[in-house]
Design a protein around this ligand. Structure first.
Ligand SMILES: [Zn+2]
Length: 291
């Protein structure tokens, strides 16, 4: 039977991305306008994408509202789109998003000691898989510095912050996750110093993990394009971008408001911000090989 493209699971799509050396973009949103802009960009390249909401973004957007809106875009655009609860920092918050209808799960207990991270992540995997074994679950190991904004100071990444291949394999084996997120010199936000990815480390972790486990790169904002391409060649199949979208949105909005002090119509005020987000996401989709 011929399978419609939008029926593919996230696991299948990430496996295909690995085989064709491209990466699936994961883009964060805080509101409907950003979601629409990202969907329009995805439509340009018929790209499979992930839409992410952090815990703060989920609180602002509403869990049920995010699920309903992503579903409506999926139907209207006919594209494979997966809604992901980005960086769920507790077992409860991950379960809550899954129960609300998110298509994917990200449990991030990387700030906890290794054994506690394993225990909590495994609990989420068991819970989700018992209800739907097709859901792709991401776990995280290794400390990622920074927040999703333009950093005022340089971020120093120490060698001991980087993910060890043996630990990545042990973590993946003990938890049963489908996507592995590690620390390879990336950081959240746009750093003052230029981040340098440890490509050799990415390759080493890739080799240590089972083939079907997808490798995720967080903190995709501000990393030079050439390094992103190298990271994809080394095995990264999923790249998270948040800060660059926020900056594009906020800059366009600020500029329009400053230049149009009399304007009060929301769809006119927000139009340049939507355009800026769409352009930024199109640029990332091209960079990730979705053309
Ligand atoms: Zn992240």
């Amino acid at each position: 039977m011929l399978k419609c493209i939008y029926m593919k699971t996230l696991k299948e799509i990430l496996n295909e991305a690995r085989d064709s050396s491209i990466a699936i973009g994961h883009f964060n949103v805080s509101n409907l306008e950003q979601l629409r802009a990202i969907m329009e960009a995805a439509k340009v390249y018929n790209a499979s994408i992930m839409i992410g909401l952090s815990e703060g973004e989920r609180k602002f957007f509403g869990l049920k509202q995010a699920v309903a809106l992503v579903k409506s875009f999926k139907e209207e655009y006919g594209l494979p789109v997966f809604l992901n609860p980005d960086h769920s920092h507790s077992v409860e918050s991950a379960k809550m998003a899954f129960d609300a209808g998110f298509d994917s799960v990200h449990i991030d207990l990387s700030s906890l000691p290794f054994e506690d991270n394993v225990r909590g992540t495994r609990e989420v995997v068991e819970y989700v898989k018992s209800k739907n074994p097709e859901i792709s679950i991401e776990g995280e190991l290794g400390y990622l510095r920074g927040e999703s904004r333009i950093q005022k100071e340089a971020i120093t990444i120490k060698p001991e912050d980087l993910t060890m291949p043996e630990e990545a394999a042990e973590f993946t084996g003990k938890t049963g996750i489908d996507r592995f997120s590690g620390a390879y010199g990336n950081s959240h936000g746009i750093s003052l110093d230029e981040p340098a990815l440890d490509i050799e480390r990415i390759k080493a972790v890739r080799q240590a993990l089972p083939k079907e486990v997808a490798m995720v790169l967080h903190g995709g904002s501000g990393i030079p394009d050439e390094e992103i391409k190298e990271a994809i060649k080394a095995g990264i199949v999923n790249i998270h971008v948040n800060t660059e979208i926020r900056v594009a949105y906020a800059d366009a909005l600020r500029k329009f408001l400053a230049e149009n002090l009399e304007e009060t119509t929301p769809y006119k005020i927000l139009a340049p911000a939507v355009k800026a987000v769409k352009d930024k996401v199109e640029e990332k989709l091209r960079l990730f090989g979705n053309i």
